[in-house]
Design a protein around this ligand. Structure first.
Ligand code: HSE
Length: 402
């Protein structure tokens, strides 16, 4: 019998309890022994809840109970989650979490602490919600040399972009509708500005490099400057617009970025709609592999947390290696990345654009947007592109092309 405590009885925490209840036979069968919930830590009371008697308000009750072997940290945020996870590992308990902020900020330290204590720190649910992604990277693909990971890692922004594309609604209108329906947070900044996707790709990039990619070093742009006119052009080009998070191995290090991209419709990522997430991994022997599924939501995320619980119980008193070290990964500079760009300028600046960007630019016509000249550049480095953009008297918008 293995006893579990859940820290935080919110959306994900209550989902974990539901999975443990509803799939009790499957969970225990998979782990090879009975898994039982012992405590739920939360500041609140839950009168009438079927687990009311298991709710405690003091972390020490859990930390000092030798019966508790696994702790599911589903609190979110840095503190007190960080202190609780550290103390739990120091007390010889394994920890699993859905907390991407904490993993992105302190993952290597917590993995190291787990290793020191012969326990595990697992975080399957922190990226891609319920998609079994990290275990696949850490286990089934451990022998592969992964050279790129590219994904749609944020459900909220993908929902917004899909609505803008399919229903022609503006960014602000869709965001408001998404908030009214509870899809988007009241404070949507972390999703909309790309910070959430940034933390998730930092975790994936760390696993890919076997070192630590600091999320603060990742160039990040969100979707707030994407307009419905951009989608008009995208349709005309046979493309879609998606917020991509990427990590690519290069000779000079790992290139990481979060940004909206125009993607040709032939690319499966262009057809990932609504709140779904999708991740493409390319490795040297396997080639391309795609993961698709619910990147958020109570049950999907909770299922991933419980998968970690089962893994831990199956490997009692053994550290499960997750290939994330404190040593900093070498990142290649954004400036040197080369790609084509799509640019919109006032039509009066057509001549200036041709002068600055050169004569190999390709005009994008056939779109009913008045007073604009839109074009696709030749391959340019990010640095060259930025310098040219600054020389323009006015720019209405631009997008990177994937
Ligand atoms: N806000 C996140 C998203 C939740 O929209 O994808 C899951 O991490």
């Amino acid at each position: 019998m293995a006893k579990v405590a859940v820290l935080g009885y919110g959306t994900v925490g209550s989902g974990v309890v539901d999975v443990l209840d509803q799939n009790a036979a499957e969970v225990s069968g998979s782990a090879g022994e009975k898994i039982e919930l012992k405590y739920i830590l939360d500041l609140r009371e839950f009168p009438g809840d079927r687990h009311e008697s298991q709710v405690v308000h003091d972390i020490d009750i859990i930390l000092n109970d030798p019966e508790v072997e696994v702790i599911c940290e589903t609190m979110g945020g840095l503190e007190p989650a960080f202190s609780f996870a550290k103390k739990a590992l120091e007390k010889g308990k394994s920890v699993c979490t859905s907390n991407k902020e904490l993993v992105a900020a302190h993952g290597p330290e917590l993995v190291e602490l787990a290793k020191k204590n012969g326990k595990s720190y697992l975080f399957e649910a922190s990226v891609g919600g319920g998609i079994p992604l990290l275990r696949t990277i850490n286990d089934s693909m451990k022998h592969e040399k992964i050279d790129s990971i590219t994904g749609i890692l944020n459900g909220t922004t993908n929902y917004i972009l899909t609505k803008m594309d399919k229903e022609g609604m503006g960014f602000a209108t869709v965001l408001k509708a998404a908030q009214d329906k509870g899809y988007a947070e009241k404070n949507p900044e972390a999703d909309v500005e790309g910070y959430d996707a940034c933390r998730k790709i930092a975790i994936l990039a760390s696993l890919m490099s076997g070192k630590h990619v600091n999320y603060e070093d990742i160039y990040t742009e969100g979707i707030s400057r994407v307009s419905i006119e951009d989608f008009d052009y995208a349709r005309c080009l046979g493309m879609s617009i998606k917020l991509l998070a990427m990590c690519k191995r290069s000779d000079s290090g790992f290139f990481t970025m979060v940004s909206p991209f125009l993607i040709p419709n032939e690319n499966p990522l262009a057809n990932v709609n609504g709140v779904f997430n999708a991740i493409n991994i390319h490795s040297n022997m396997l080639g391309d592999v795609m993961f698709y599924g619910k990147g958020a939501g109570k049950n999907a995320t909770a299922s991933a947390v419980v998968a970690d619980v089962i893994d831990i119980v199956k490997h009692k008193n053994q550290h499960i290696d997750v290939n994330m070290k404190a040593e900093k990964a070498i990142l290649s500079p954004k400036d040197s990345a080369v790609r084509q760009f799509f640019v919109r300028v006032p039509s009066t600046l057509k001549e200036q654009a041709n002068d600055i960007f050169g004569d190999t630019i390709e005009e994008v016509s056939g779109v009913n947007v008045h007073g604009e000249y839109a074009f696709i550049t030749r391959d340019l480095s990010e640095k060259d592109f930025e310098e040219k953009l600054w020389k323009m008297d006015s720019v209405k918008g631009y997008l990177r092309i994937y």
